[in-house]
Design a protein around this ligand. Structure first.
Ligand code: MG
Ligand code: MG
Length: 282
């Protein structure tokens, strides 16, 4: 049976720049709205508006049985939360996952926000630290993609970064990595082969070489790694009730280096601590 190559041509990678940027703009619109009192449905509507205004379509709506432009996961929810009437509260930790399909090519990205709460600085500090560790592990994985020869090195970099954080300086909690949910190839479809594990695996995995486009997306908890799917059949929450965070970018490896498709700066700021300079796709 014919299987599409996981490696794309330079022209195909170039086609992924615009959907990546549209995805980034949608998440920017969400960022501007996040505050206590807003509903997750309002955030979803803002993201969808940006995507549609750019002539793109929300690729989450192309997932069978899903009817929203985003997944919005609050507190002990880690991923796949359904936006709706839920009102964000001061101190909530909120992960927003979004994607756009433009002219047949896809972007996929997620960010975590912490809603300010002046009355509970220790809660804010703990949740911001969880988000920062998760984001840092994502950048460690992306940075690995610049020099790694096999996909397994990305997961090793993600897990190594999280291990190096030790326990939370605020709460004393250790961090957990979701095992059942992973990153993926991206291109004509939002979800393509290969899987990108967020932890060390016995297999080296597929070869990393020019043409590879991956969504790298660690899902991290401030406690145990066990999760369950809530009664809505989508939302993934921690069994122990600890907080979750999710960060994601779509990244291309090309002849010149790597470029983060869902970051307007190509990932320059996030990669700087790792000594990696992204190179535009030409
Ligand atoms: Mg995503
Ligand atoms: Mg994804």
């Amino acid at each position: 049976m014919f299987r599409r190559s996981i490696y794309k041509t330079p022209a195909q990678l170039r086609s992924m720049v615009e959907p990546g940027l549209i995805t980034a703009r949608a998440l920017d619109a969400v960022r501007e709205l996040v505050r206590a009192g807003v509903t997750t449905g309002e955030l979803d509507a803002a993201a969808e508006r940006v995507i549609v205004d750019h002539g793109a379509e929300p690729n989450f709506k192309l997932v069978r049985g899903y009817h929203h432009a985003t997944c919005i996961s609050v507190n002990e929810q880690v991923v796949h939360g359904i936006p709706g009437d839920r009102v964000l509260q001061a101190g909530d930790i909120v992960s927003v996952d979004c994607g756009a399909q433009f002219q047949g090519w896809n972007g996929d990205s997620a960010v975590t926000f912490v809603v300010p709460d002046p009355g509970r600085p220790e809660v804010i500090a703990r949740r911001q630290e969880l988000s920062r560790v998760t984001e840092g592990s994502m950048w460690a994985g992306i940075a690995a993609m610049a020099s790694a020869t096999h996909i397994g090195e990305i997961g090793a970099a993600i897990e190594g970064f999280i291990e190096a954080q030790g326990v939370s300086s605020v709460s004393g909690e250790t961090y957990g990595i979701l095992r059942e949910y992973v990153g993926h190839g991206i291109g004509r479809k939002m979800h393509e082969a290969p899987s990108v594990f967020n932890y060390r695996t016995p297999d080296a995995g597929a070869e990393i070489r020019p043409g590879l486009a991956l969504a790298i997306e660690p899902m991290v908890t401030a406690g145990g790694e066990a999760t369950f799917v809530e009664d809505d059949d989508w939302t993934v929450s921690t069994v122990d009730g600890t907080d979750g965070s999710h960060w994601e970018h779509s990244v291309a490896r090309h002849e010149g280096g790597i470029w983060v498709l869902t970051a307007p700066d190509g990932g320059a700021a996030g990669l700087a601590p790792f000594g990696v300079v992204p190179v535009p796709i030409v």
